[in-house]
Design a protein around this ligand. Sequence first.
Ligand code: ADP
Ligand code: MG
Length: 285
Amino acid sequence: MSDELERMLTQPQTSAVGSDGGRQPSGVSPHHQRRESPPTTQGGSVQGVVAQEVARADHLLTIDLHKGYRKGSIEVPVLRGVSMSVTRGEFLAIVGQSGSGKSTLLHLLGTLDAPDQGEVYYAGQRIDNLPASARDMLRNRRFGMIFQFYHLLPELNTLENVLAPLMIRHSVWSFLRQRRQLRARAEELLETLGLSHRLKHRPRELSGGEMQRAAIARALVVQPDLLLADEPTGNLDQATGTEIIRILRTLNRQQNLTIVMVTHDRAIANQADRIVRLANGRIED
Ligand code: ADP
Ligand code: MG
């Protein structure tokens, strides 16, 4: 199944370079890329290869993203040309005022929503225009996501919540066959996050910090290489928030996990490797 995702991600119709933003060499349109061309000799030009390597060097790259929402007959622009890149293993914080479009941007990065214009690249491959099934698979296998309000399933206990993405990933039989192994992986992760004594608790029986740690375990159980976090400490007291950031930093260092964290809290953002600011629909320099 992992091969299937690999194939989907390397479909020739998904180009490795953008069609604008100044990164697209002339004469190398992704839409005209020939099916038979091996990716390393795209377009047969040196320029094409160089541009592709630039895109590949970034774990995540956006080119000129635009996104607006319609309110009645009025189109309200939120993102107005967001171009940014994240290198592999980087811990990036995106700050911005409430309503500046941080969540909107994170949803585009995670392919939960599509831009009106612009492109998103993951590991050198364009992902914003993938078919829904490929995007689902990408989110289930490569991306981990955590949110301010945890989004745990209330009827499931901690262990079941963490196992849920693995149930989605495997067929029923495959899951049942590997149940013991997968369960061990989930338990080990929960132990690392200090939740061994909360395996059978439902979310309502957990503290905010415990719920967020359970949500982190759920995001990591599929062994993603990119973690997208939307205000992960926004609902926690300062000490618990600091603890969550410490956990993210450890995962980032130990597993070379790329983290993109959105926050409106400067003190939290200061823990990251780099901070970018979203204002007026763009990344400010
Ligand atoms: P942030 O996360 O920085 O607080 P958001 O990305 O959630 O900002 O929202 C940015 C702007 O877009 C806000 O003005 C918000 O009201 C609007 N918005 C977000 N999602 C939607 C939606 N689904 N429909 C209409 N407007 C939306
Ligand atoms: Mg938000």
